[in-house]
Design a binder for this molecule. Sequence first.
Ligand code: NAD
Length: 370
Amino acid sequence: MADKKKLLILPGDGIGPEVMRQVKRIIDWLDRKRGITFDVQEGLVGGISIDHHGVPLTDATLEMAKNVDAILLGAVGGPKWDGVAFEQRPEAGLLGLRKELGLFANLRPAVVFDALVESSTLKADVIRGLNILIVRELTGGVYFGEPRGIETLPDGSRRGVNTQVYTTAEIHRVARVAFELARKRQNKVCSVEKANVMESGLLWRQEVTALRDAEFPDVELSHMYADNCAMQLLKNPRQFDVIVTDNLFGDILSDEAAMITGSLGMLPSASLGLADAQGVRKAMYEPVHGSAPDIAGRDLANPIATLLSFAMALRYSFDHTTEADLIESAVKSVLNSGTRTADIMAPGMARCSTTVMGDSIVRSLDKLAV
Ligand code: NAD
């Protein structure tokens, strides 16, 4: 029998442990009902790691993270740790993991569930059936480019500098992720930059095109300026399948696309690194939301973003596409039945707790899997 795949669970702070508890029930369900068993390890990250070990990410946790097939993280942070030094704050644990694992591609799906189509600020007709994936470059570009800083000029005024910089290798590795993912979807990639006014954007466009021609001739590629993309996401978001873009534009466009779908409690994400000799990429999956200290510990949080993050792990790291589809279908069916946590509550629906949402999804899985 093949070795069990290794999954590291890092619940973190605030609502992290509560939503992760529901994921553990799904992991248990997969074991009992589908014969899919993971070697699950668990560790501390963020504020809770500061409380136990004085640092947001210990060497031991990092070592575990480096030796698993995927990591599933809840959320980190909260007012309890507001006073700790900047480099030791809970979020530094998350950034440390991303950096040490070389997670350069951030995947943010924006999917509109029929049952929640009215939660968006956009018209239902524009967004019904929306399913797009934004692939954002995460470790390069203007957030990291040198030179950077603030300097005082001879006349006493000041100058702030950041540098937008990309190399062929950085562009190719993130574009390759986008092309590979497009092949599992609608086979369409839209590459987004500002090639009209930025040399780095022109290089981005040329290199993405070269890579497509060399390795992905079957994938349809289009190009769009970032400002136009921001408009098109609001005007006609369904024209897109996979969008690939740099760190800065991706930061903005992925938040814009996410908000088209309605609630923060519904949004999963993944961050991927380089593939090893067997083609397996380092990967960390996490909900987009934070630790929600305002509702933590009260069984109110929506666990769906974290459950869908686990479904992404099944799809992209564990090759269990059928089970990923099953979880997504179970979520859809529970939403269609009118069961809602407070954040996605609507008139006429039944309000439920985190635990009851988990119960409902497990029951739905039972029904769907027969
Ligand atoms: P947040 O995402 O934690 O919360 C924003 C609002 O959305 C809150 O009202 C919260 O109750 C609600 N919300 C978030 N997730 C929800 C869910 N699953 N179900 C129901 N409601 C949900 O953002 P914030 O309040 O700006 O930050 C709180 C803490 O989380 C801060 O310490 C921040 O640094 C941290 N944070 C961590 C991450 C991460 O771990 N990836 C991301 C963002 C913020």
